[in-house]
Structures are given as structure tokens and as C-alpha cells.
Design a protein around this ligand. Structure first.
Ligand SMILES: Nc1nc2c(c(=O)[nH]1)N[C@H]1C(S)=C(S)[C@@H](COP(=O)(O)OP(=O)(O)OC[C@H]3O[C@@H](n4cnc5c(=O)[nH]c(N)nc54)[C@H](O)[C@@H]3O)O[C@H]1N2
Ligand SMILES: Nc1nc2c(c(=O)[nH]1)N[C@H]1C(S)=C(S)[C@@H](COP(=O)(O)OP(=O)(O)OC[C@H]3O[C@@H](n4cnc5c(=O)[nH]c(N)nc54)[C@H](O)[C@@H]3O)O[C@H]1N2
Ligand code: SF4
Ligand SMILES: [Mo]
Length: 725
């Protein structure tokens, strides 16, 4: 059984996948259809329809959202706790008491510093908040971080440096329609957020020029007016080159720079060294294309200043960020936006497209290693005092900042070679690390050598398969919670159906573990949200005036939404920036090469990313038939010229080898990719696992791994090429 059938026309909700958080309606599926046929035993009790009146998606959904109800089916999900049998070493079903007792025993048997927690950006605000409180006050460990480090942390760090705060888009998505020039950098929303394309299309219909920057001519590039195709890892030089041209051609908005920013001189001095011919050599982008790009942006910005329809936007995503210099790269794009006078002007600005469903809220309320709720800093004494009072603990008892995600994973396990700060027990809630972490071969070894691994998940993910205890969690439509989408809009997902009887909500799991560990936490989402509100009050991400009731009434609320701004803040930076002097900061950044550049042994660049029908580690989407049929396996995308040099034909198995591991998958020939670069999506485990290859080199500021470039060698796998005749 999958929840109570037909208990409600569930009403409004939001898609369980990406940060666009498309509005959906949940419609009860009757137990018996019009012709008297009974629904299959494990069929979901609801179906999904796009919500026409939700302004972000206007009824449109991608295939993942449209098929989301299938996730609720008992056929593909976990329906009972599992524990590893000491005798057979296999996972076997267990009662909740047995499983929770074992987790509590194992976690309390160790020094808190040997225990760690790994969260995720798909968790609701309530869960992300509670996970931080659970780690710091119940487990008393500093070791907590989450998969958002792999996601938008470079843009987050860069926005904090430049603007004094980080909210993915500082304006509603629909503002895109007002822009007349849009530079979309390292983003492929036609595959990663399809319904957002309608806003770009509307802008273009009104005369906007859409320019994409991507080493591949993607589906998004196909819907754009122009495409710049840089070498992976060279965006920083490109942005410096465009700033150079803006200065050289007199396109800088001098008044804006003087009134609203600081630090321009240093940024300009560095850009002086990036004359167009040099930048063309570094990036592969022709000088003429750079000229055209900067003039297009500046013209649209000038139009809006003179009151004509206009506006220029620079939007970025993971392509520009997932590098060992991702933060500096985003700052270089922001510097360009500031020089052109964009942030805070209507129809203008810089924004980052957040990735995971709650990628935004998930990085505001304390599951990050250095953070307390409300985007407060864990090393700020006033913040510690404020939050400790709400948690009823002594501020001195709160642990300090802990290791970032990749650093935390590097400290896991290790067996006899384990160092003094080794982590021996790990609780994972909302990530499938065996597929999605960089340098996955080494990550897998480390997780397998842990003394104790517990995974809370919806499905038996690859990471859950190697756990000692697996706790099955309730899902989106079965539990109430809030999500914050890429616009900073807080959304309520009310429980629409009863949870599967075998599962518990993540909040219940934390509360029941806390009880066993001598503490007390609420499992009621509205209560936890109200507490989150108090903890965030006065912080950068202030949610204190938001409540489940207001959201249920349909109020549109964007944070900050507190005492000073009870109606919420759809648009930021209109009058000033939240920095000490109210000005945005140019950050003086300079180009540097990637952590690993191609050489004689590993002569090509590998970049990685996504395809339309699979989501992330694929833990959920690989289990949905329609999605899996659309994208059944990994592949290596390469240019036909490179394929010819290697003697590889379409569909032949190609091995990709890096210093960290090997992956092999069928070759997919495409003229859309640079001939010096190959691309792999990262959604699959096993032989086609892209992360067996990727480089865990970290950005020094955001601690984001370099998923988007590493050096590889390519080998045709002998004898396996089909159709040779
Ligand atoms: N279908 C689908 N949708 C998703 C997801 C999913 O897994 N599947 N995941 C969600 C999440 S969590 C995220 S973070 C977003 C990510 O959304 P996107 O950032 O749009 O997705 P990616 O495919 O990771 O990367 C975007 C593009 O960056 C390009 N790229 C690679 N290297 C470089 C470079 O050096 N410079 C530039 N300029 N571009 C480069 C790649 O070719 C790719 O086309 O998608 C969200 N939506
Ligand atoms: N090579 C390469 N690697 C990458 C990237 C890349 O571009 N290239 N992108 C990176 C990025 S941007 C991201 S965001 C990560 C994502 O990678 P992961 O962190 O692995 O993300 P998911 O696959 O979404 O894993 C989430 C897991 O949590 C479960 N889950 C979902 N919702 C809940 C919930 O509410 N409660 C519980 N308990 N479990 C839940 C899902 O079933 C799934 O098993 O991958 C990163 N890895
Ligand atoms: S774009 Fe994102 S939020 Fe919208 S339906 Fe697709 S996965 Fe869901
Ligand atoms: Mo992400």
C-alpha cells in the first residue's frame, strides 16, 4: 500500500527535484477507475499536474517532475529499516527499534570528534536546520557538512564577497523577461531546468539577445542567439578580457561605479593585462565575439539607464563554478556586471542558478560546516550566543567550524592508517556519495572502511547498499516542509498523502535518535520552522516573519522576511548592498590554470555534467522507467575529429583514464563539443561512473571540488566496438 488512497485532492505542492521548484497540483488517483478496474497494489495514490498559476513554470514541467508521483510507489523505494546482519554480512529487514537502537549505540560509543554527519540540498529547511542542531547539540560534533559544497558554493562565496549576501537570484525569475541582453555562463537550463527556458524565450521575443558560454554547443545554446565556446577552466580569463574591453571601449558605467561600488581600481588594473588577443589564445574565444558580447551587454544596460526598455543580465551555473578557481571566476563575472552597472537595476543583475530542490534554503540554516541558522557564522560570538539561547545550551558548548564536505570525506575511515582526526562513524541524510563525490574510487574505499555507516534515504542508493544501517524516509508528498527556490522564494509543500507505513520522516528519525541519546528535538515541521524563524531572526537570511500559515494562505514570500521586512524581499540591492559601507565590492581576481592541465600522458580535458532525464546520482531517476528509458546509460561525448584520430566509431566502448581511475562507456560523436575536450554525465555508478575520474582539488575559498575539468587519456576498448562491418 502507498498511503491512503484518495484521502485528498492533495492540492498545491512543488516538484521534488530541482531548484526551480515548479508548482504542481497533486490529484488523487481513485482506487478503482471509471471502468471499474482496480489500481495496481503499489501504484502511487496521487498523480502530478503542472500548476498553471504558479509564475515560475506556468504549468510546464520536465519529464522528471511529470513522473514524480512514481517515486512514491513501493516498488522502487525502501519500505523497512535494514541492518547489516553480523553473521551473513548482508542487509536484512529490521524493526525501527532495532535499527534506531543500533544507530544510537554506535554513535554514542565513539568520541564525538570521530562522528560525522553529511546532509543534502534536497532536505527541507526544517530538516536542514534540525540536522545542524542534531549534530552540534545531540552528537556534539563539529563534523557536519553537505552536498551543497559540490553545488553552488563558489557562487555563494563570491556573492558574499561582492554583495555581502548570497541569494541565487536577487530577483524573481520572471524579471528575465525584461532583460534585452543575457549572458548565460556554464549553464544548460534547457536540460537542467527546462521550464525556465520560457522566460528566456519571452525575452528573446521582445528583442533580447541570449548568449551562452559553454565548451559544448548545448540544447540551451541551440535556443540562443550566440554561443562562445571556451576551453574548460578558462572562464576567468574570458571575464577579465570582457572587463578589459569594457574599460578600453568606454563602456563602464562610471557613475554607478563611483556611487555604488568600491575597489574598482584594483580590478581594472588586473584586467589591463588581459587584452583581447591574449584572451583569445587562453580561451579559444575569438576577439570579435568578445567585442560583440561586451557591446551587447553594455547597450542593453545603457538603454535601461535612459528609461528605454532594456536591461542586461549575467547568469551562471555549475560550468563556471565547479573549478579550483570557481569563486574567483564568479567574482570576475560579478566584476563585469558591476562595471556595467547591473546589480540592483530593473531587468539587470548578476544571478546564479541554484541546483538542488532546496539548494538555497539548505545552505542557510546550519548544515554547512561553518554556519548557524539564518546564514550566521559559527565563529561569530554574537551568533553563537543568539542560537545557543534558542537551543538551550551554553554557547561555549557549541562546537566550532568543522571540515568541508570533501575534507570530511577525506578523513573518513582509513582503517589501521587512520590519522588522529579520523572519522569512524558517519550518518548520511540526502546524498549518494558513492556516485556523486569527486575521486569516487577513493571516496568509496574510505566509506567502506568506516567503523559505522548509517544512511537515511528514500531508496536503496549505492551508498545505502554499503551501509551498516539503512533508515527509510518519508517523501515530499507525505510530509510537510518548506523549500526555498532559486529566487529566494519560500514555498510550502504540505503533506498530501499518508506516508508508507514502513517509513518515518527525517524529523521523526532525528527526534527518535535524539531521545535515545539523552536529548530532545521536535518532529513537528511547523514547530521546527517556527524555531528556525527565531534562530534566523536578525541574520542575513531572516525567515522570522514567515510561517507555515502565511505560506498556506498563498502569500508570496522571499527572504529576508523579518521584523524590518515582513512582506519579504523579492528584489535585492535596489538601494544598497548589505556590506558595511553599503557598496558592492569589486574583488581583485586574476587568472590561474586548472589544478590539472593536459600533458603528454593525459592529453585531453574531461568535463562533466547532466542530461535531461537523469537527476544527480540517479538514485531516484534511474528507478523511474520512463526516465531510464530516455537516458539508460553513461556515454562519452567527443568530437568526430578526435574520434577519427583515435579510430573510434559511434557506440564503441571508450575507456577514459585519469590519475584517479578509469571509466568506460559508449562513445557518442558530436560536433557540438570542442575537439580537445570530452564530456561525461555523472549520473551512473559502475563502469560508467564519471567521478571515478574527477579531481578532488578544491577551491580555496568555497572548498568546491573541480568537477568540471581534469586531464584524461582515451583508449579504445579492443574487441567491443559493435557493427564493424
Ligand atoms: N536533468 C537534470 N537537471 C538538474 C540536475 C540533474 O542532475 N539533472 N541537477 C540539478 C542541480 S543540483 C544542479 S547544480 C543544476 C546544474 O545545472 P547546470 O549548471 O546547468 O548543469 P551542468 O550540466 O552541471 O553544467 C552546465 C554546463 O557547464 C558546461 N561546462 C563545463 N565546463 C565548463 C567551463 O569550464 N566553463 C563553462 N562556461 N561551462 C562549462 C557543461 O558543458 C554544461 O553544459 O541542475 C539541476 N537540474
Ligand atoms: N562529476 C560530477 N559530479 C558531481 C556534479 C557534476 O556536475 N559533475 N555535480 C555535483 C552537484 S552540483 C551535486 S548537487 C551533487 C549531488 O549529488 P548527490 O548528493 O548524490 O545528490 P542526489 O543524487 O540527489 O542524492 C540525494 C540522495 O538523497 C535521497 N533523498 C532525496 N530527498 C531526501 C530526503 O528528503 N530525505 C532523505 N533522507 N533522503 C533524500 C535521494 O534518494 C538520493 O539517494 O553531485 C555533485 N557531483
Ligand atoms: S524543472 Fe526542476 S522543478 Fe521543474 S519539473 Fe523539472 S525537475 Fe521539477
Ligand atoms: Mo547541484
Amino acid at each position: 500500500m502507498t498511503g491512503k488512497r484518495g484521502t485528498s485532492d492533495g492540492g498545491h505542492s512543488h516538484c521534488p527535484y530541482c531548484a526551480l521548484q515548479c508548482g504542481i497540483d497533486l490529484i488523487a488517483v481513485p482506487p478503482v477507475d471509471d471502468r471499474g478496474a482496480a489500481a495496481p497494489e503499489d501504484a502511487p495514490a496521487v498523480r502530478v499536474a503542472g500548476r498553471e498559476d504558479f509564475p515560475v513554470n506556468e504549468g510546464a514541467l520536465c519529464g522528471k517532475g511529470a513522473s514524480a508521483a512514481q517515486l512514491l510507489s513501493a516498488r522502487l523505494r525502501l519500505t523497512s529499516p535494514l541492518v547489516r546482519d553480523r553473521r551473513t554480512a548482508a542487509l536484512r529487514p529490521a524493526t525501527w527499534d532495532e535499527a534506531l537502537d543500533r544507530v544510537a549505540r554506535e554513535l554514542s560509543a565513539r568520541d564525538p570528534r570521530a562522528v560525522a554527519v553529511f546532509g543534502g540540498g534536497s532536505l527541507t529547511n526544517e530538516k536542514a536546520y534540525q540536522l545542524g542542531r542534531f549534530a552540534r547539540t545531540i552528537l556534539k560534533t563539529p563534523n557536519i557538512d553537505y552536498n551543497g559544497r559540490f553545488c553552488m558554493s563558489s557562487a555563494a562565496a563570491a556573492q558574499n564577497r561582492a554583495f555581502g549576501m548570497d541569494r541565487g537570484l536577487p530577483f524573481p525569475v520572471r524579471d528575465i523577461r525584461a532583460a534585452r541582453a543575457i549572458l548565460l555562463v556554464g549553464a544548460n537550463p534547457a536540460e537542467t531546468m527546462p521550464p525556465i527556458m520560457r522566460h528566456f524565450a519571452a525575452a528573446r521575443e521582445a528583442g533580447a539577445v541570449l548568449i551562452t558560454v559553454d565548451p559544448r554547443r548545448t540544447r540551451t545554446a541551440d535556443q540562443a542567439d550566440r554561443h562562445l565556446q571556451p576551453v574548460p577552466g578558462t572562464d576567468l580569463a574570458l571575464a577579465l578580457g570582457l572587463l578589459h574591453l569594457a574599460v578600453a571601449e568606454g563602456l563602464v558605467d562610471e557613475q554607478y561605479v563611483a556611487r555604488r561600488t568600491s575597489g574598482f581600481d584594483d580590478a581594472r588594473r588586473i584586467a589591463t593585462g588581459y587584452w583581447p588577443e591574449r584572451v583569445e589564445r587562453l580561451t579559444g574565444v575569438p576577439v570579435a565575439a568578445m567585442h560583440q558580447t561586451v557591446h551587447t551587454l553594455a547597450d542593453a544596460a545603457r538603454a535601461v539607464r535612459s528609461g528605454a526598455p532594456g536591461g542586461a543580465m549575467i547568469l551562471s551555473a555549475r560550468g563556471t563554478e565547479q573549478h579550483s578557481k570557481g569563486t574567483d571566476t564568479v567574482n570576475a563575472w560579478i566584476n563585469l556586471a558591476l562595471a556595467l552597472g547591473l546589480p540592483g537595476r530593473p531587468g539587470c543583475g548578476y544571478g546564479a542558478l541554484t541546483g538542488q530542490g532546496n539548494g538555497q534554503g539548505g545552505r542557510e540554516h546550519g548544515q554547512k560546516s561553518d554556519q548557524l541558522p539564518g546564514y550566521r557564522r559559527l565563529d561569530d560570538p554574537a551568533a553563537r550566543e543568539h542560537v545557543a539561547a534558542i537551543w538551550g545550551v551554553d554557547p561555549d558548548e557549541l562546537p566550532g567550524p568543522g571540515p568541508s564536505a570533501a575534507e570530511l570525506l577525506a578523513r573518513c575511515g582509513g582503517g589501521a592508517q587512520a590519522g588522529p582526526d579520523a572519522i569512524d562513524a558517519l550518518l548520511v541524510m540526502g546524498s549518494n556519495l558513492l556516485v556523486s563525490a569527486p575521486g569516487a574510487v577513493q571516496t568509496e574505499e574510505r566509506l567502506r572502511s568506516l567503523g559505522f555507516l548509517v544512511v537515511c534515504d528514500l531508496v536503496l542508493s549505492e551508498t545505502a547498499e554499503i551501509a551498516d544501517v539503512v533508515l527509510p524516509a518519508a517523501q515530499w508528498a507525505e510530509e510537510t516542509g518548506t523549500m526555498t527556490n532559486l529566487e529566494g522564494r519560500v514555498l510550502l509543500r504540505p503533506a498530501a498523502i499518508a506516508p508508507h507505513p514502513g517509513v518515518r520522516t527525517d524529523l521523526e528519525i532525528m527526534a527518535q535518535l535524539a531521545g535515545r541519546l539523552g536529548g530532545k528535538l521536535s518532529a513537528d515541521p511547523a514547530e521546527v520552522f517556527a524555531e528556525l524563524g527565531r534562530a534566523s531572526a536578525g541574520g542575513v537570511a531572516d525567515y522570522s516573519a514567515i510561517s507555515h500559515e502565511r505560506l498556506a494562505r498563498g502569500e508570496e514570500l522571499y527572504w529576508p522576511c523579518g521584523e524590518d521586512s515582513p512582506g519579504g524581499t523579492p528584489r535585492l540591492f535596489e538601494d544598497c548592498f548589505p556590506t558595511p559601507d553599503g557598496r558592492a565590492r569589486f574583488v581583485p581576481v586574476d587568472f590561474r590554470v586548472s589544478a590539472e592541465e593536459p600533458d603528454d600522458q593525459y592529453p585531453y580535458r574531461l568535463t562533466t555534467g547532466r542530461v535531461l532525464s537523469q537527476y544527480q546520482s540517479g538514485a531516484q531517476t534511474r528507478r523511474v522507467d520512463s526516465l531510464n528509458q530516455a537516458a539508460p546509460e553513461a556515454f562519452v561525448e567527443l568530437h568526430p575529429d578526435l574520434a577519427r584520430d583515435l579510430g573510434v566509431e559511434e557506440g564503441a566502448t571508450l575507456s577514459v583514464i585519469s590519475r584517479r581511475g578509469t571509466a568506460s562507456a559508449p562513445a557518442r560523436l558530436s560536433r557540438a563539443i570542442r575537439p580537445d575536450t570530452v564530456f561525461m554525465p555523472f549520473h551512473w555508478p559502475g563502469a560508467g561512473r564519471a567521478n571515478s575520474l574527477t579531481n578532488p582539488a578544491l577551491d580555496p575559498t568555497s572548498k568546491m571540488p573541480e568537477f568540471k575539468t581534469c586531464a584524461v587519456r582515451l583508449e579504445k576498448t579492443s574487441g567491443e566496438a559493435p557493427c564493424e562491418g
